[in-house]
Design a protein. Structure first.
Length: 145
């Protein structure tokens, strides 16, 4: 086994369940884009993901097509389909992060846009800058070369 951090989109709706010990779990299929070195290599790998506890609940709230990043222990899998050798990845998630979770986290902090930090500018003087990037920020900062 090895540890991975992968990002992709859910290729099917996640399936939730409850283990014999009462702990929730969730399984999902994640389409992870890859850049093949040769023309005959696939443009994506499908990862089978299983998550437990709180991570299972996070994964279970997502829908088919949602983007998600998963971190955890992984194992390669191999099988044959229609005479072609296929390769996949089985991941036991230890962390789940999706755009849904980011929006939820950002929504909890109403002071997000008010947080300011003194950062030195390129000229050495100190000025106020946002501590957190906001898409509405202007990109009109002066840059000295």
């Amino acid at each position: 086994m090895f540890n991975v951090l992968i990002s992709g989109k859910l290729s099917k709706p996640p399936k939730s369940g409850q283990g014999k010990n009462g702990q929730p779990y969730c399984t999902a299929s994640l389409r992870v884009p890859v850049q093949g070195q040769r023309e005959d290599e696939p443009d994506a790998v499908f990862a089978s993901v299983i998550a437990f506890g709180e991570d299972a609940e996070k994964l279970g709230r997502l829908l088919q097509g949602d983007a998600v990043s998963v971190s955890g222990a992984a194992r390669l899998s191999h099988w044959e389909k229609d005479g072609r050798a296929m390769t996949g990845l089985n991941v036991t998630a230890t962390a789940i992060l999706s755009a849904y979770e980011l929006r939820k986290r950002r929504g909890e902090s109403s002071e997000r846009n008010e947080v300011r930090t003194n950062l030195p500018s390129a000229t050495g003087s100190s000025r106020q800058q946002p501590a957190i990037f906001d898409a509405a920020d202007d990109f009109n900062d002066e840059i000295s070369f």
